[in-house]
Design a binder for this molecule. Structure first.
Ligand code: SIN
Length: 484
């Protein structure tokens, strides 16, 4: 698998000690090396992106749209190869990796569609003798810092809108999963993206991101990752007043009302909770179930979770792969122990399971009954395959519990009553609401949160707007006519 970095159209191979190992997430075996860039590599990437900016910003909208659509197509034709890379470095089941490639391609198509709508808007004249317009201009050089859980899609949803808007990009994928990002860079180059328009470098984040935030030419940074790092970036961005989009941690409530279709709610819960082994920002983190149906829901959840095959992502039929690191395993263990100490009952799972020839990071799908707000899993993001279930006596109490968090990314409501669903969607304090579904990921919809889950939106026209600086032009007409 290719580990070379891309700067200014040149591929830079890893050299000697200045390189990082990339490991198979399931076996721990080294599968590639990538360069360990630091501040000089970061600066070279900005130099290349800044040099490429004027020409790319002048490219016609239709040329940009065509290129984006060609990239979408290429992602689809390379679906199997890309999915293999994702599964190798991130560990997720192959079926999920294939879905991630499709999702990534959709971001390119969506950005291609939106690029064509990026035209000057004439504003209605508010005074006699004035013409006014709003002109969408690219922000400039933009940085993308992406996580390991969706190593292709999270970059796709930053790169595609940036290119559509006429920005040039510098990107740094997660140390654990750089290969999907480098494969995307290769596709962009092969599809004719001019030199320097996208530059992808690898290495430890600190020196690279600091160099970018201090370089006045970088005008925006889009980050997906933890709230803790998001806060540091907000401090770092202050010096050069860098615009930010931050997609940070989540703590999604999953509400099951008394009238919910239990079978459908459990199917959706399993799908949402155990996707990427619970390592997504939008996965349900807290199950809040109406007391009258709690026993039924809990029994069904326990049976379904216990039946999920755990193993290597490339093994057919596997539904739950490894966690990304020993640190992640320790955090999940600590949350489960804390829940037990506070009176929770582990109904299935609760520990790691051994998978032959693999690292000891496979955590069994876990269901905990008797969850309460005093437990860590009820106020910290778990990022692991643990489903804590709490009960509440009425709808208002369910909503209160759901909103008792500073996070606000996603929330889910299950009820057969459309009015109850609409009432809940309105009250949940978060950026994304799934009503009778957890399949909320859509490249054409605005993805993002509020509160500690960050700000900014990715996807559709909202995603492009994050890369646009609107210029307002107000023209006094000496002929006294307000022609527009
Ligand atoms: C995330 O939660 O980390 C991203 C999930 C998605 O876009 O589906």
């Amino acid at each position: 698998m290719r580990g070379a970095n891309l700067i200014g159209g040149h591929w830079i191979e890893p050299a000697g000690s200045a390189s990082l190992h990339v490991r198979d997430a399931a076996t721990g075996q080294v599968i590639a090396h990538v360069p360990a860039m630091a501040s000089d590599g970061a600066k070279a990437a900005v130099d290349a992106a800044a040099a490429a900016l004027p020409k790319w910003a002048d490219t016609s909208l239709s040329d940009r749209a065509n290129l984006l659509r060609r990239c979408a197509q290429r992602l689809r034709t390379q679906r199997d190869r890309l999915a293999d890379i994702i599964t190798a470095e991130a560990g997720k089941p192959l079926a999920e990796s294939l879905g991630e490639v499709d999702y990534s391609a959709d971001y390119f198509d969506s950005a291609g569609d939106e690029a064509l709508r990026l035209t000057t808007e004439a504003l209605p004249p508010r005074r006699q003798g004035r013409a006014q317009s709003a002109v969408p201009e690219p922000i400039g050089v933009v940085a993308a810092v992406t996580p390991w859980n969706f190593p292709l899609a999270m970059l796709a949803r930053k790169t595609a809108p940036a290119l559509a808007a006429g920005c040039t990009q510098i990107a740094k994928p997660a140390e654990e999963t750089p290969l999907s990002a480098l494969a995307l860079a290769e596709i962009l180059v092969e599809e004719g993206l001019p030199r320097g328009v996208v530059n992808v470098i690898t290495g430890e984040p600190g020196p690279i991101v600091n160099a970018w935030l201090q370089d006045g030419r970088v005008r925006k940074l889009s980050f997906t990752g933890s709230t803790e790092v998001g806060r540091l970036l907000m401090h770092g961005a202050a010096a050069q007043v860098v615009r930010l989009s931050l997609e940070l941690g989540g703590h999604a409530p999953f509400l099951v009302f008394a009238d919910a279709d239990m079978a459908a709610a459990v199917d959706a819960a399993i799908l949402g909770k155990f996707r990427v082994a619970g390592q997504t920002c939008i996965c349900p983190n807290r199950f809040i179930v109406h007391a009258s149906v709690a026993e039924d829901f809990t029994a069904r959840m326990t049976r379904a979770a216990a039946a999920l095959p755990v193993g290597m992502g490339r093994t057919p039929g596997v539904r739950v792969g490894p966690l990304i690191s020993d640190h992640a395993v320790a955090r999940v263990h600590a949350q489960v122990k804390d829940a037990i100490d506070r009176g929770g009952r582990v109904l299935t799972g609760g520990s790691t399971v051994k998978v032959p020839h693999c690292v000891d990071r496979f955590f069994a799908p876990t269901v905990i009954a008797g969850a309460t707000p005093s437990m860590r899993c009820f106020h910290e993001e778990t990022f692991g395959p643990v489903a804590p279930i709490a009960t509440a006596e009425d709808d208002d109490a369910m909503i209160r519990l759901a909103n008792a968090t500073p996070f606000g990314l996603a929330g889910y409501a299950f009820s057969a009553d459309p009015d109850r669903v609409a009432w809940t969607a309105k009250r949940l304090q978060c950026g994304i609401v799934g009503c009778n579904t957890t399949a909320v990921s859509d490249a054409y919809a605005p993805f993002g949160g509020r509160g500690w889950s960050g700000f900014g939106r990715e996807g559709g026209r909202w995603g492009i707007d994050e890369y646009i600086s609107w210029k307002y032009i107000c023209e006094a007409r000496s002929d006294g006519l307000a022609s527009r």
